[in-house]
Design a protein. Sequence first.
Length: 368
Amino acid sequence: MSNPVRIGIIGLGRVFERYAIVLDGLVREGRAEAVVGYDPLPERCAVAQATYPGMRIAASPAEVYGSDDVDAVLVLTSMNEHGEIAAAAYEAGKHVLVEKPLATTLIEADRLVHLSQESDRLLVCAPHILLSPTYREMHRRLAAGEIGDVKLARALYGWSGPWWGEWFYRPGGGALFDLGVYNVTSLCGFLGSVKRVTALVGTAIKERPVNGVMTPVTANDNAHVLLDFGNEVYGSVTTGFTIQKYGRAPAIELYGLEGSMDMLGDDWAPRGFEVWRSEVGHWEIHEEQAPDWPWTDGLNHLVSCLERGVPSVTRPEQAYHVLEVMLAAMKSSAEGRAVDIASSFPAPDYSHEEDFVMDERRKHDTSL
Ligand SMILES: NC(=O)c1ccc[n+]([C@@H]2O[C@H](COP(=O)([O-])OP(=O)(O)OC[C@H]3O[C@@H](n4cnc5c(N)ncnc54)[C@H](O)[C@@H]3O)[C@@H](O)[C@H]2O)c1
């Protein structure tokens, strides 16, 4: 692996600017280099070149993943393009980071998972929320049995919806793929594979302004999803481009037989967590330890895994599973029945990561 890791980027839209925050740090540390980028929109290429003056602009995605001086490709396009471009980049011999979902069909996602299983190159799939220090600390405490066996869980994420990118509102876009994907990924990381899904998924707002033009909405924007993890362990996800604001509702609520644990904030931007242990009898509040943690941290993780020669914490199989769950939710709603889930995935593997140690001085317990 070359040092610095040489990065090619396909899709230079809004999310590119968020990856650039992480990439800037890696470039400053001499650990990564922005080599080449591609976007069909010249104005987006101009923004990228202003950010990285040394970066070449390619004439096609193939020119990015076909470049000999690229080690890893970031696929940051609109969703329908993810599967095909990520597979082509992987087949071209590159490590790949792909934004969520990894593909919009199970056929494309299956191809990606199989490619990754036949190679030791990395395929890092967003969302990267299992990497946040808060998620990791909650995961560690759950595994240690702090609140006993979890039987019920609830997750919430939504907002009023993008005003850019018409593709968000067409099939292959939608609130489940764009927003629900976070909550489903979080709950699966905590509770394992889903066995069965029941859902209500619909389009509540039929027309929206996108880039100032009223645009018909043909993708879902409103969903309640029930997840059956087996053994009477149930979860729910509430998501939509139909939520103006929520108050202090936790992002994730986990109900164990010996206590409860909530993630505060959103799972892509945690604001600490709180734990109720029945034997203690009051809420223990843990302030956020990493308020600047970026949800584009998967890029740090990709580079760090390449440097250390270790696998990524999350496997592509989890991203496949989450896609299957979301597609099953749409099918359940359309057909008015529960839908079984065929896939499963290995538990997140934090064994190659340094322990994130809670800073006891910043932790304080509060009786509520
Ligand atoms: N914007 C966010 O807040 C956000 C947050 C997390 C994840 N994401 C994810 O990031 C991805 C991009 O979202 P965005 O908000 O940046 O959208 P965007 O519309 O701003 O950017 C997408 C870009 O992809 C380009 N593109 C389309 N087809 C392409 C192709 N074949 N090759 C190369 N480029 C192509 C478009 O021209 C556009 O510039 C989506 O998967 C989205 O779910 C977005």
